[in-house]
Design a protein around this ligand. Sequence first.
Ligand SMILES: [Zn+2]
Length: 498
Amino acid sequence: MAYTILRSGRLLDIAAGTAEFADILIEDDTIREIGAPGCPAPAEAIEISAARRLLHPGLVNAHTHGHGNLAKGMGDRWTLELLLSAAPWITGNRTAEDKYLSTQLGAVEMVMKGCTACYDLSFDWPAPTHDGLARVGKAYADVGMRAVVAPMVADRSFYEAIPGLLDALPSSLKEQVAELRLAPAEMTLAAIRTALRDWPFDRDQVRPAVAPTIPHHCSDAFILGCAALAREFDVGLHSHVAESKVQAVSGIRLYGRTQTAHLDRLGVLGPHFTVAHGVWLDEEDMARLGDHGASVAHNPGSNMRLGSGLADTRAMLERRVNVGIGTDGANCADNQNMYEAMRLASFVSKVQGPDWRRWLSTREAALAATEGSARALGIGDRIGRLAPSYKADIVMLDLDHPNWLPLNDPVNQLVHTEDGTAVASVMIGGRLIVDNRKLLTVDFDRLRDRVAAARERLAAANADNRRLYEALEPVVGSYCPGLARTPYHVHRYGARLE
Ligand SMILES: [Zn+2]
């Protein structure tokens, strides 16, 4: 048994809105006791001073893509559909080393910005492999971060999934995108089964899940196959649902009902199910998710960057949907800053109507980024709170940083002022990962050099894919906004908007 005691810090209680002085006794990786300053501790306990520090539960990123980190800043005016068209260019030709590096780079950014756990939907083409997923898992384990790693899978390409898109392409492009076809469903499902069965990591730290990427990119049989595997191995299911209006309209065209109504009919909703985004959910969709105890991972930064729209988190909370907050991948967001994501979640709620009583409070945003996200990851009973029997995933903010001078209201300042620059130290499972702004687990200079080399190699390897994107952009970029002009009714504040 190893004991650590954090002394003299101010413990943030998000629900109460207070930051009282308290000592935290940690046994191995778990918080054993929270006591008054100077409380007794075992003689062998290692003492860490948290004087002038605000202690908050590690932020939990409910939706990201580790493969996106080498592609940050590669696009600007991209809709979701243009981003998907750019995927072969910005994430193509990855080696096993690249998968590790990209994921590790994101993990490093997250921990240095106060995030201690994430849900990573990891993509590999044409199908996931056990080795590829093991590299991704190892990237998190080497940083010392907690993660849920879900292979992001489909059995239809983007071009096969959007109604009418293939027909809109000239024949030369049609031939080229035919080569982007994914592996057959049976092969992908078999690869997931192997990964779930032979998972090589301590599941407390890095656990698997399954992510049928977007409902209409998957045949029903494939979605049911993913759901059956998730049930058999008791892991989460995560899917991008109602993210863009093109998706929402495509769902109606294909299913004759919303994506969420279709998933409900298939019987795959439940407490283990996470909807990423949910921008275009209607009230019935939200009620379905709430009734099933499902989660939404709200990604306000990505939703604005891709012009997807503004998700209505108040309406979700009213229907008992569990709301978590995520950054989404760096290829569409373009950072991994959960403080920014919380702040944007608060702001996005506030621009949707004049009735301030419907706005998300900072307390609600902070709870979503901790307890809500933790529940979406399936480990809400172990992380997301600083309390006895919870994991010691603790962020220590520097109260002498300008962000905290003066200290007026700890929760308002956590959500609206903090931007990650006051993060002094980060502990995950009782282990210091960042100590006074120094990352202890990764040789950062070596990571930097490897990332630079990978970037150069990938730019050359994906030159043809870039040219393909440039040829696709005018077609996808006009066809999809056309599809998005289809009238689509979403209830908002009791009104029907088009
Ligand atoms: Zn995503």
